[in-house]
Design a binder for this molecule. Structure first.
Ligand SMILES: *[C@@H]1O[C@H](CO)[C@@H](O)[C@H](O)[C@H]1NC(C)=O
Ligand SMILES: *[C@@H]1O[C@H](CO)[C@@H](O)[C@H](O)[C@H]1NC(C)=O
Ligand SMILES: *[C@@H]1O[C@H](CO)[C@@H](O)[C@H](O)[C@H]1NC(C)=O
Ligand SMILES: *[C@@H]1O[C@H](CO)[C@@H](O)[C@H](O)[C@H]1NC(C)=O
Ligand SMILES: *[C@@H]1O[C@H](CO)[C@@H](O)[C@H](O)[C@H]1NC(C)=O
Length: 782
């Protein structure tokens, strides 16, 4: 077994950075788009014409179907166990509307089409679909048939006015929910996008809306709407809206925004003399998501990005998961806060915010609140003999007046434990969408969060409470590169039944399985280190954990991820590599010993063994540890020895690689090069024939500020000759940093990888199957 690896040096330099220990926010596993497709973890649908401008999704768990809305188009996907069958409907704007839209100066591509924004189940056979209709919102009923049949038709003539159901402008956010044949929507409902309002439409009752008043809604952006019952009395059902708006409270600078939870009673029919067909039960409270900062000043995350209701057996008390952001010139941060319904109700049952006049301070209203208290629904409780308030039309004028002037509650809603469950700051992407799955594990339940970013990735994250302390540990289990190119994720839906998420982006929709335990490895220790609540070691493999399975071996260590505890009687030595590979290097030249742990969270250390004595490798300018392995920039004869790469994660160490490094003199190299060695010769010849430069990484050269890059820069100079120093920069730019060469790097890397793969196969054939870590080079920066 031989291997020449000095030319990997450049690859290593691509990723030069000091080896770092466990880091916050570093995912335990990164899975590329290709990884996900090749393991059947993910599949992508991007429409029948290769491009789907996805604007709405409805996951129909009962029918096992996924309905998609796009630009002038609707899709129905039948979600089978293996394949997916799709049907398409063309649904353009009504005749003439596209032309009218263009005439008003709107953009023909991004405005003047029918962007389908709303897909809701309507009755047992039909969906309600609403689209922007080229700035003329319209709705139609889509026939989808009963469970089991795959029918999908629309009557394009029989459309209804969609005003108040979806915004005119396809780029505006809105939120809606359907209950009892009626649609509740928070949106801007006019052509100019100025009329911000909560609407109720459809069904038999007259349309309801909020009064136009900045006290009620001040430039709101609606994020989510949900019906959440208060008790068994359906008359007490309330519709909750989650939105941001301009702050009116004191202490906030001009233009500050706050996040609100607002609600109306589902049976609100407005007042008799005042508030006719206007909400009489609308109240709102502030949602706070903040972390304590230095000097007692909290960092507030005010901008709501997404809301997910984690429903439990108790339908009255779902957990409200919300992503927030705060973005300024100096700081970009994201947080996930969880709210309990009990805390939201308590704020609504507390004092109203009150201001005596424009020159007064805000405070808690301390006067007498009229009966029935604003925000209370007409129900069994209000409809007692002697005090008969069976409908909001029976409410006294004093109640309606008070409701109109006091929509805001004095006390804000704080998250559970008064702090976010997750905070990420100054990360290179934005967190935009969230769904959560509550998973039973060996030591209790875990809420697994799937968080969509603006760059086409989904993060699978858990937070672990350490003992009784408030300290939480965030663990990013996986970073899934769901889409081929960076694209903002605009929706995520979860099907616990199908154990999958459906991830929407302008590029299409991806079905991604919640877990794939085999990915973590073939040993108990690796399964334990994964800390994935979905997975456990069953004695033979890393497999899905099922709570009621009575198998004897079931090992899971989410809280501590400590395989030494969990896998004590399992064969730990299985994962250790015991055999040596031989690597040749040339004296006075550079050489690279590759070693990549499966998890970026593992820390790597190098030992060298000479005459049965092991010692740590001394690192300096000449011998550097990189993310991909050990780099000798200038090999000396005394470097010979057996190099042992060990990884450490959560106190668990294992040997990943043992390499016997042999240092050759010049002549020996020439001899070796002439041998055809497992397909390596081409690459070597290419390099020795003077195309060394083609291997040079633009990226490594460009990020020229870190000390490592500077070292690398020195290597470049050495290679092209010091006399040209002033021109090096220009030269590098021209030689290495153009697209053609970038492509060439790529194809060379591909060739190299194939050669390595076949060499690996040859090796494992000759040495028998050994359980070891993959050592493929990753071309992340090329
Ligand atoms: C993925 O699915 C295809 C078709 O069902 C199957 O042939 C293939 O073996 C699967 N691949 C893996 C890695 O499971
Ligand atoms: C569902 O609603 C549509 C549209 O109003 C109607 O045509 C259809 O008959 C309804 N179906 C059922 C089963 O009620
Ligand atoms: C553990 O693995 C080693 C090497 O694969 C093997 O020799 C040994 O018998 C195994 N021990 C047990 C208890 O399975
Ligand atoms: C490094 O190795 C390459 C290829 O074997 C050779 O062309 C080059 O001259 C060597 N450099 C030094 C400084 O020995
Ligand atoms: C390596 O460099 C040293 C001194 O710089 C020199 O004596 C030696 O001959 C060189 N070895 C080879 C193989 O070039």
């Amino acid at each position: 077994m031989t291997k020449i690896s000095s030319f990997n040096v450049i690859m290593a330099a691509l990723l030069v950075s000091s080896v770092t220990a466990t880091q916050r926010n570093v995912p335990r596993l990164r899975l590329s788009y290709k990884d996900l497709l090749s393991t059947n973890r993910s599949s992508i649908f991007s429409g029948h014409h290769g491009q789907l401008t996805l604007t709405s999704v409805f996951l129909d768990e009962y029918r096992d179907r996924l309905f998609l809305g796009g630009k002038d188009v609707l899709y129905s996907l039948m979600l089978g166990p293996t394949s997916t069958e799709s049907k398409e409907l063309y649904w353009p704007p009504l005749p003439g509307n596209r032309e009218n839209c263009i005439q008003t100066g709107k953009d023909p591509q991004t405005d003047c089409a029918n962007f389908v924004r709303l897909l809701q189940p309507y009755n047992r056979t039909h969906l309600l679909a609403c689209g922007t209709g080229a700035f003329q919102p319209m709705c139609a009923f889509v026939y989808v048939g009963h469970r089991g049949e795959h029918v999908f038709t629309i009557d394009p003539v029989n459309v209804e006015n969609g005003r108040g159901k979806v915004p005119h402008d396809p780029s505006f956010r809105f939120a809606s929910t359907f209950r009892g044949g009626e649609l509740y929507t928070g949106l801007t409902a006019d052509f100019l996008g100025r009329d911000s309002v909560i609407f109720r439409s459809m069904g038999g009752r007259s349309t309801m809306r909020t009064e136009t008043d900045q006290k009620l809604l001040h430039d709101p952006k609606f994020i989510a709407a949900h019906v959440i019952p208060d008790n068994d009395d359906r008359d007490d059902d309330k519709v909750y809206f989650f939105f941001t708006e301009k702050a009116s409270e004191p202490g906030d600078r001009e233009g500050a925004i706050h996040t609100r939870v607002g609600r109306v009673c589902a049976n609100d029919v407005g007042g008799q003399r005042v508030l006719v067909n206007k909400w009489s039960t609308f109240i709102k409270a502030r949602l706070v998501c903040s972390v304590p900062g230095p000097h007692g000043i909290d960092t507030h995350f005010n901008q709501l990005e997404d809301v997910f209701l984690l429903r439990t057996k108790d339908e009255r008390n779902p957990d409200v998961y919300a992503i927030f952001s705060t973005i300024s010139n100096v700081f970009q941060g994201f947080a996930v806060c969880v709210y309990r319904m009990a805390d939201i109700r308590e704020a609504f049952n507390g004092p109203f915010a009150h201001k005596e006049g424009p020159d007064y301070q805000w405070g808690a209203y301390e006067g007498r609140v009229p009966y029935p208290r604003p925000g209370v629904c007409p129900s069994k409780i209000t409809n007692q003999p002697g005090r008969e308030f069976g409908s909001t039309k029976d409410f006294p004028d004093s109640v309606l007046q008070f409701a109109r002037s006091h929509p805001l509650m004095w006390r804000p809603v704080f998250p559970a434990l008064r702090r976010p469950v997750l905070v990420q700051a100054n990360i290179p992407h934005k967190l935009q969408q969230i769904v959560v799955d509550r998973v039973e594990a060996e030591d209790g339940h875990y809420d697994v969060m799937f968080i969509g970013t603006n760059v086409g990735t989904v993060l699978k994250v858990i937070t672990i409470q350490n003992g009784n302390s408030l300290e939480t540990e965030e663990v990013t289990l996986e970073e899934l590169h769901v889409f081929k190119v960076p694209t903002p994720i605009t929706s995520i839906h979860i099907s616990v039944k199908r154990q999958a998420i459906y991830v929407g982006s302008p590029a299409g929709v991806a079905q991604v399985k919640l877990h794939r335990c085999e990915t973590y490895g073939k040993a108990c220790a690796e399964c334990c280190l994964a800390r994935d609540p979905y997975c456990a070691w069953d004695g033979f493999t890393c497999a899905q954990y099922t709570p009621n399975n009575k198998r004897r071996y079931r090992r899971q260590g989410i809280r501590h991820g400590n395989p030494a505890l969990q896998c004590v009687d399992q064969n730990l030595s299985d994962v250790d590599v015991t055999e040596d590979d031989v690597v040749y290097g040339t004296e006075n030249n550079s050489t690279f010993l590759e070693c990549v742990p499966r998890s970026p969270q593992a820390s790597v250390s190098w030992l060298v063994q000479r005459d049965d004595r092991k010692e740590e490798v001394k690192l300096d300018d000449r011998v550097m540890a990189t993310e991909q392995g050990l780099l000798f920039r200038h090999l000396l004869h005394e470097d010979e020895g057996v190099y042992i790469c060990r990884s450490r994660e959560h106190g668990f160490s294992q040997t990943l690689v043992r390499l016997s490094l042999q240092v050759l003199q010049g002549d020996a190299v020439d001899e070796l090069m002439s041998r055809d060695n497992a397909g390596f010769s081409d690459s070597i010849k290419e390099r020795s024939a003077g195309s060394y430069r083609a291997w040079m990484p633009c990226t490594a050269y460009r990020s020229g500020t870190s000390s490592h890059s500077r070292l690398w820069f020195k290597d470049i100079v050495q290679m092209i000759g010091p006399s040209n120093l002033p021109h090096v920069e220009e030269y590098c730019e021209r030689m290495w940093c153009n697209d053609k060469l970038r492509r060439k790097h790529k194809s060379m890397l591909e060739k190299y990888r194939q050669a390595q793969e076949s060499a690996r196969k040859a090796r494992s054939k000759s040495s028998g199957e050994r359980n070891r870590m993959p050592r493929d080079l990753k071309a992340r920066d090329v």
